[in-house]
Design a protein around this ligand. Sequence first.
Ligand code: TXA
Ligand code: MG
Length: 324
Amino acid sequence: MAEILAVGEAMERALALLESGEVVAIPTETVYGLAGDATNGIGVARIFEAKGRPRFNPLIAHIADMEMAERIAVFDPLSRKLALAFWPGPLTLVLPQRPGNGTHPLVTAGLDTIALRMPRGFGGDLIARLGRPLAAPSANSSGRISATTAHAVAADLGARIKLVVDGGATPVGLESTIVKAEEGKLRLLRPGGIAAQEIEAVVGMELLRGADAGVEAPGMLASHYAPDAAVRLNAGTVGEGEALLAFGKRRAEGWQNAAACLNLSEAGDLREAASNLFAYMQQLDRSGARIIAVEPVPFDGLGEAINDRLSRAAAPRDNSLPPT
Ligand code: TXA
Ligand code: MG
């Protein structure tokens, strides 16, 4: 079983494991990441292996500072503006790679672009000490809900990895927002921990939505973040034996009969709801209910990312698709 060490005592052990091509689960401000040295092919391959990822989807390379970022990728003015405004933080930028930048081709699944993010806290410190970028997808088995606590990581991946660094519950609770610059415009590839409106306010233009050609973020296919239970969205009533994922003050009809009930945010606060989303889905899943009914969540601000993750959890399960 994986060792669990608090952030204050984990640095040297984490460095030693990464240096020897092992993977380490680390806290970031969004969700826990399963990190490996992005320049070491064995380390990167171990990430896919530990997650049981059916295919090699591209991973985010996490960097410690702008100097490291500029060595790996070419920044256009819009992307640089966003990096200045939101890094470190829950924003991922997809950028053209600099040839020979040292990252292993498995990180980008052979694409000529690379996704970069500068995480806050322990992850950033670890990358600075290592002096190399860390490839890290969310620390969960392929297709499952992203882990927001060290306990959730250990319960899922504990038998397959050596170390989980415990930084407590992740504050944002949703993965990063992914954006890509395209000829002077910005495209939202994945809604996430920074609301699209916050980005639009910084650049003074609307984000393009949807992939223009094929699937731009290959991990963003339908069935994803799947609990064992079926998920029923926009529930106005609660059926016999269903668990209820509630939001706000008004309850769905029949809520008193729910097998279990958790409220994402009693106050209707979308930031609080985002931080509770994955942990509550996991708790309701453990209640044994066959169906999790979900009350409507508004789409503004972080509601876009919350609804995105909920609709993936509710999508028909098809294991031939490559989830992240
Ligand atoms: O908050 C987060 O982003 C977390 C923490 C650990 O940093 N990481 C995370 O990674 O969510 P992952 O692997 O679960 O999701 C990364 C997404 C995938 O949908 C992948 O397809 C997309 O990023 N992606 C990676 N490289 C890309 C590229 N070059 N072009 C387009 N999409 C890319
Ligand atoms: Mg993931």
